[in-house]
Design a protein around this ligand. Structure first.
Ligand code: N01
Length: 526
């Protein structure tokens, strides 16, 4: 098991419960994955905590009480530490340890996994629970290493930094910036936000849960989980009672106001076809743009902060008082579309028009080599010594976002082509782990040694993922969903946009029909 985040922890628990022996590796010094590393000020989950949590143990659900609608990073990390202790998961892992290679041996049908602590493990199965957003991408700013102040990434901001009296610049305006900038603005002497592309962001309207609400939730958890499972994104939400294309403008406005008041990421579910129908997308997009503009006093700054691409084509952000920071004297928006960054020097950042911005701290909130980065970072060799880098040189071919042809007994939790990043990540990870565990049990009970998808199934899945995405607005913006933020990365959609029920149906069918899109091998048949 590679990774001790949500997926890796549950994986160790489930596999051990099934009687398997598991060795885990985690590059952090503790459990938590994303929630271990992303400790920037204001980090919190933008999916409601009652959904963004494990469902596998009713006892766990009953004993843990979430304090807020959107939990902070420390609260989520405390939850994962509690889970690790409660299910005694820590001892399975080597911490501060990265896996450097995993090589499949055709003869014995086993993997040899090597870690940077010198440990070598021979195993039958390799599970990459390495997270879809875990490999940071640094901007190529010439001279950044010359900068005399401090440079910190939001994605590994481990120690608290006192920003009092400091001139801070933050590069990038995705979720990490949008969550951290309001807190940094309160602390710093002056904050400059370097924006390349404006973002759609919806207010979180975060609040504490009250006791009655928690009691109600706890009394109905199993039902709530099932109802959530049956939705497109893994979260229950109120749906529109009208078709936006035939409704009156008043009807639409009233409904969008209601979804706005509900707040958060669920604005993406304001209408079921919002990412698939350009007209509906534009209606919702225009509504949100107006809301954004209304939060900013200066007309010119409002123009600069208004997105110009289809609504939700980039991953929606969820904020608390983000746009309002631009009404402060001590916050400046630097629109990089007017003047890009030329370079950094010892004192700060110099723009292409030669203007310079003096800084003490530069925060990089520039995103991740999404979905494939962590896997490509390992020397991974499948049948015949083929490397994953060779295999994925033109496209991250896979089946169901979970398996790769030529890489037997190799699984990726929420890998490229999976629903993960477009669904509630936690139940999605639980489902992948359960499928893997069931597949292993199936192999063992049928005297089989290995499982890998057929080339045909892989081709069909990759085509299907892109075909669904082509019908949506997703390819119409430069995004990490499309691999655009990493130079040289093939441009293709890296998630499944067809919704939970359609996605999980594929897995149900595989199990019911004896894994028809996979090759199952006996040792003796080799
Ligand atoms: O990263 P991003 P993130 N010069 O890729 C800009 C999840 N998440 O860490 O858009 C200047 O969204 C880049 O500009 P552009 C969530 O899924 C979840 O914020 O490419 N700018 C963009 O503005 C999210 O989507 C939570 O033009 C440069 C920014 O950097 C994902 O993680 C919280 C640049 C990167 O934005 C990633 O979010 C936080 C350059 N050279 C994150 N290079 C939750 O609450 C890049 N940019 C669960």
């Amino acid at each position: 098991m590679v990774g001790a985040g949500f997926a890796g922890l549950y994986g160790v628990h489930r596999f051990r419960t099934d009687g398997l022996s598991v060795r885990g590796f985690e590059r952090g010094s503790g459990v938590g994955g994303t929630w271990f590393w992303n400790r920037y000020p204001g980090a919190r989950c933008d999916i409601e905590s009652i959904y963004y949590s494990y469902s596998f143990s009713e006892e766990l659900q009953q004993e843990w009480t979430w304090t807020h609608r959107y939990a902070t990073q420390p609260e989520i990390l405390a939850y994962l530490n509690h889970v690790a202790d409660r299910f005694d998961l820590r001892k399975a892992f080597a911490f501060d340890t990265s896996v450097t290679s995993a090589v499949f041996d055709d003869e014995s049908q086993t993997w040899t996994v090597t870690a940077d602590n010198g440990e070598i493990v021979r195993c039958r199965f390799v599970v990459m629970a390495t997270g879809p957003l875990s490999t940071p991408v640094d901007p190529q700013i010439p001279g950044l290493t010359e900068f005399g102040g401090q440079v910190v990434r939001t994605s590994d901001w481990l120690d608290e930094i006192d920003l009092t009296g400091k001139r801070v610049g933050i590069v990038g305006t995705g979720s990490s910036c949008i969550q951290s900038a309001p807190i940094i603005a309160d602390e710093a002497e002056h904050l400059h936000v370097f924006q390349r592309t404006p973002q759609f962001s919806i207010p979180a309207w975060n609040r504490p849960y009250d006791e009655d609400e928690i009691a109600r939730i706890k009394a109905g958890y199993p039902r709530m989980r099932q109802d959530a499972w049956d939705t497109v994104g893994g979260i229950i939400y109120e749906q529109a009672d009208h078709d936006p294309l035939t409704a009156t403008p008043e009807q639409r406005q009233a409904w969008l106001e209601r979804t706005w008041a509900r707040g958060g990421y669920l604005m993406i579910a304001s209408y079921p076809n919002v990412v698939f129908n350009d007209e509906v997308n534009s209606m919702v997009g225009e509504f949100v743009k107006e809301k954004i503009r209304a939060r900013i006093h200066d007309e010119r700054v409002a123009d600069q902060l208004t997105p110009t691409y289809p609504f939700a084509a980039k991953r929606l952000c969820v904020d608390t008082d983000y746009f309002e920071i631009y009404n402060r004297e001590d916050v400046t928006l630097v629109d990089l579309r007017e003047h890009g960054i030329s370079h950094a020097d010892t004192g700060g950042i110099v723009l292409k028009d030669s203007s310079r911005i003096d800084l003490d701290v530069i925060v990089l909130a520039t995103g991740f080599h999404a979905l494939t980065g962590a896997i490509l970072g390992i020397d991974l060799r499948g049948r015949g010594g083929v490397t994953i880098q060779e295999k994925w040189s033109g496209s991250a071919a896979n089946h169901l976002g979970l398996t790769v042809a030529g890489f037997p007994n190799f699984f990726m939790v929420s890998g490229p082509g999976s629903i993960g990043v477009l669904y509630n990540m936690i139940p999605a990870a639980e489902q992948h782990i359960d499928f893997i565990a069931d597949a292993i049990a199936y192999l063992d009970s049928h005297g089989l040694t290995s499982i890998e998808p057929t080339e045909e199934a892989e081709k069909a899945w990759s085509a299907h993922v892109n075909e669904v995405a082509e019908q949506s607005v997703y390819p119409k913006a430069n995004t990490w969903y499309m691999g655009d933020n990493v130079p040289g990365k093939p441009r293709e959609f890296l998630a499944y946009a067809g919704g939970g029920p359609a996605y999980f149906e594929h897995f149900t069918k595989e199990q019911a029909e004896g894994y028809p899109s996979f090759v199952l091998r006996e040792r003796s048949s080799r």
